[in-house]
Design a protein around this ligand. Sequence first.
Ligand SMILES: NC(=O)c1ccc[n+]([C@@H]2O[C@H](COP(=O)([O-])OP(=O)(O)OC[C@H]3O[C@@H](n4cnc5c(N)ncnc54)[C@H](O)[C@@H]3O)[C@@H](O)[C@H]2O)c1
Ligand SMILES: O=C(O)C[C@@H](O)C(=O)O
Ligand SMILES: [K+]
Ligand SMILES: [Mn+2]
Length: 355
Amino acid sequence: MKKYEIAVIPGDGIGKEVVPVSLKVLETVAEVHGGLKFEFQSFPWSSEYYIEHGKMMPEDGLKTLKNFESIFLGAIGNPALVPDHISLWGLLIKIRREFEQSINIRPAKYFKGLKSPLVNPNDFDLIVVRENSEGEYSEVGGRIHKGEDELAIQNAVFTKKGTERAMRYAFELAKKRRGHVTSATKSNGIFHSMPFWDEVFNVVKKEYQDVQTASYHIDALAAFFVTRPQIFDVIVASNLFGDILTDIGGAIMGSIGIAPAANINLNGKYPSMFEPVHGSAPDIVGKGIANPIGQIWTAKMMLDHFGEEELGKKLLDVIEDVTNDGIKTPDIGGTSSTEEVGDEICRRLKKAVSV
Ligand SMILES: NC(=O)c1ccc[n+]([C@@H]2O[C@H](COP(=O)([O-])OP(=O)(O)OC[C@H]3O[C@@H](n4cnc5c(N)ncnc54)[C@H](O)[C@@H]3O)[C@@H](O)[C@H]2O)c1
Ligand SMILES: O=C(O)C[C@@H](O)C(=O)O
Ligand SMILES: [K+]
Ligand SMILES: [Mn+2]
């Protein structure tokens, strides 16, 4: 019996609604597999925790998490309680950085039964490799003065190591897919970091002669995500560009509530973390209508990470069947609740595997 110990952080808002449903799906996965077992330990770290304790997680929180195989997280953020930059940097970004989860992979593909807002939702199947440890997300800088003289400086940080690492990951991934990598740049307007980004891309791509490449400025690239997403296979992007592109990836699938993500630790020193692209969605919290698919598909990415690809594929097929048959939350045109979607996925998973 293979056993996986997983730290669960539901977090804020709809994280607390979609995570329990996804854990049920994972329990069902274990049941139908027969030879594997999940042990979940849940942590209440969140904005509410911050109000009580003055921090997003305990001092030794990372030490606790380090012992787990992986981390399964919902969403962080409740701007009514804690400013977003405090909650995000105090937990989500802290874990990404300290656990050297330097790559964030976020797929998007045309999904059966979903109404894409695209006029021609040609089959698309792409994956964004988002640099996850530096770039525009940086604490370097500061603010001085008050009143009219007030100023803020925010520095972006691009290292050769980090940039190469993201690009190599993208090329390796492309070799297993359709053999194409697109670089998201902005070297016309961003004077230092993006010409550097281009230079590194041009060096790395020489190591992968059998992979085709393209490079687009992020503004045009964002538009192509809407007008012709089918041209993309793997896209490599800086932290901020990847963040923005992957909300568009969710949107063109039909809802950001579907989009999954994985924060990958490449050196094996720390656990990886699995959390969907979407946030805590304060506008729909408590209504029972949050789409659980982003979180469940994220669980599928965790299964892949454990080497259970076959089971992961089965799970994704079941999710697609369920949406295709109209058992969907309102964001994708249905009337089902979060739990109903989860329960139906569990039911069909049992059926799919027993035949
Ligand atoms: N990784 C994360 O934890 C993460 C990601 C994004 C935003 N946030 C945080 O979440 C809070 C809200 O941010 P936001 O409003 O910019 O982004 P959001 O992703 O929470 O919501 C954007 C829109 O998408 C909808 N949506 C999101 N997930 C959905 C789902 N599963 N089902 C149906 N609809 C869904 C929301 O209702 C909202 O209309 C902020 O505090 C922000 O910092 C956290
Ligand atoms: O900015 C972030 O990385 C937080 C959130 O928007 C995400 O995409 O994970
Ligand atoms: K999330
Ligand atoms: Mn985001």
